[in-house]
Design a protein. Structure first.
Length: 526
């Protein structure tokens, strides 16, 4: 994997493909943790190399291969797709992919916002850029250099709606005696080590006595030096008289490895001279860190402070808190955050309420609170919030894992009530649940329904069904299943192991169709 990273960084496609072949062979032979494919990042590196080489069909084929082999596409996967589409002149399709990500529970990143903002501003599409800025604000993403430049061009063109709160970011901080371009360079120090050298070659001697923010300040190194929050280190930090900005505080909070140290710093910086005050961005970052580490009491304190001061948090932060509480098994705390969501981040849209409900249901399942999950599901449906297929499938898999067929039937009945069409993965969950409870006749009925919907089970599910039918003496039926599964599925798989709760086969097909369709048209194949 390291060799693949090195060759990818050098842009050496032939050598990278050789390393890729070796990596695939190694993964297939080892079968580590039951996985016979490389990690997601390996696919990402190959996809990116193909895209950079304008080998469009190979990049699309690698994405197809990733899904077929059961790897989980992540935010970086979709960043590569978005960049590839933009570079090839398919900006509208890139935006379409970007807007599909929240429903797939994929977190949209600052890189995605930056590349889209640059493309939209270069095309003069400022109305679309306004919508992008609004989405960025909802996601709680701090604007990067490209986004700030795009906003600046947008304001110069007279489009100021929704950009008022960025005026301060676009202007130099009066407390820091540096020019705008140096301020922007400082924001890139984590990714651009040449900024220090540039600053040394261009010294600024204006005779000002004001405090200057050193362009070589590295928030990650500073956070590591303060990891134990030793009194002597804190004294040195105070003596440095740094000018604290919201962006710098966010970077340090993200860099701390221990949540306890991040909290110490968060409390300390609020009392430093210079006029710094925590805002939505720093509070949201601290809340997410505390929730990830299960500090529910501290999160509650911060949320109470947020509500009392009228600060509206990004929706993504509230959803992350609910998700993280599933890891720390704090179902009651998650429910309280869910109930307070409207006061924490403003009135929720229907799509955001659906996502938050899905997160809470998943947390309930992780905390083994199945009965409460069913009650919440019924409450959602009475309020007109209809869960998506991923949410239902996740609950059915949870109850099937507990051997609770009654609850599996109940949830499946709700699927019918919502007039949703089950996908192949939902059918797979049903078949496996029946087989494990030695109800092969019911599993066979689901198989027939699946076939009537023009779907086929994956190999493992088919083998389990055949084995269960043989075990119960239904030899003729077992032979019929073997015969009817003779035709192997081609294209994207309908069943998507590993994606329960997050993404459905329909989502994968939608993304794949957009991505492949752009280049198929170019090649004259569609």
């Amino acid at each position: 994997m390291d060799r693949l990273r090195w060759f990818a960084a050098a842009g050496d496609l032939p050598s990278a493909l050789h390393a890729w072949t070796s990596l695939r062979s190694s993964a297939s032979s080892s079968g580590r943790r039951g996985r016979s494919h490389p990690c997601t990042e390996a696919y990402n590196l190959i996809m990116n190399l193909y895209a950079a080489a304008c080998d469009h069909s190979a990049a699309v084929a690698t994405f197809n291969q990733m899904i077929q082999e059961g790897a989980n596409p992540n935010s970086r996967t979709y960043t590569i797709i978005i960049e590839h589409l933009i570079r090839s002149g398919n900006l509208d399709q890139a935006i379409e992919v970007f807007h599909l990500l929240p429903s797939m529970r994929i977190r949209r990143t600052s890189k995605q916002y930056n590349v889209l903002a640059e493309a939209l501003s270069s095309s003069g599409r400022f109305v679309d850029l306004e919508k992008l800025i609004k989405a960025m604000n909802s996601d709680g993403i701090l604007p990067g250099r490209s986004m700030r430049e795009a906003i600046s061009r947008m304001r110069e063109a007279g489009h100021t709606t929704g950009t008022e709160e960025f005026v301060k970011i676009l202007s130099p901080d009066d407390r820091i005696g540096i020019a705008v371009e140096e301020e922007e360079s400082e924001e890139e120090t984590e990714e651009d080590p040449d900024e220090k050298e540039d600053a040394e070659h261009n010294p600024k001697n204006d005779g000002s006595d004001r405090i200057k923010l050193k362009p070589w300040l590295d928030p990650i190194a500073l956070a590591r030096a303060l990891e134990d929050w030793d009194a002597a280190e804190v004294s040195e930090l105070e003596a440095a008289k740094l000018v604290w900005t919201s962006r710098l505080v966010c970077k340090l909070l993200r860099a701390f490895k221990k949540a306890e140290t991040a909290w110490e710093f968060f409390c300390w910086v609020a009392y430093q001279p210079g006029g710094f005050a925590h805002d939505r961005d720093t509070v949201a970052r601290m809340i997410a860190i505390l929730a990830r580490n299960g500090h529910a009491e501290l999160v509650e304190r911060l949320l109470s402070k947020v509500k009392s001061e009228g600060i509206l948090l990004p929706f993504d932060t509230v959803r992350l808190v609910v998700d993280f509480y599933g890891l720390s098994k704090k179902a009651d705390a998650a429910t309280k955050v869910f109930r307070d969501a409207d006061s924490l981040c403003g009135s929720l849209s229907e799509s955001n309420r659906l996502l938050l409900c899905s997160s809470l249901l998943r947390t309930m399942a992780k905390c083994r609170r199945g009965n409460e999950a069913i009650e919440l599901l019924e409450e959602m449906m009475l309020e007109g919030v209809l869960p998506d297929i991923q949410t239902f499938t996740g609950l059915m898999q949870y109850f099937a894992g507990n051997g609770d067929l009654k609850s599996v039937h109940r949830v499946f009945g709700m699927v019918r009530q919502c007039r949703l069409e089950p996908d192949s993965y939902m059918y797979r969950v049903l078949i496996r649940a029946y087989c494990k409870q030695e109800r092969a006749a019911l599993a066979l009925r689901v198989f027939e329904e699946m076939r009537s919907s023009r779907m086929l089970p994956d190999g493992h599910t088919k083998a389990l069904l055949v084995k269960s039918l043989w075990k119960e003496g239904k030899l003729r039926e077992a032979a019929l299943v073997e015969e009817r599964c003779g035709d192997v599925e081609t294209g994207l798989p309908s069943a998507s192991p590993g994606h329960v709760w997050t993404v459905s086969a329909i989502d994968f097909k939608r993304i794949y169709d957009i991505y492949s369709g752009c280049f198929a048209r170019r090649d004259g194949r569609a």
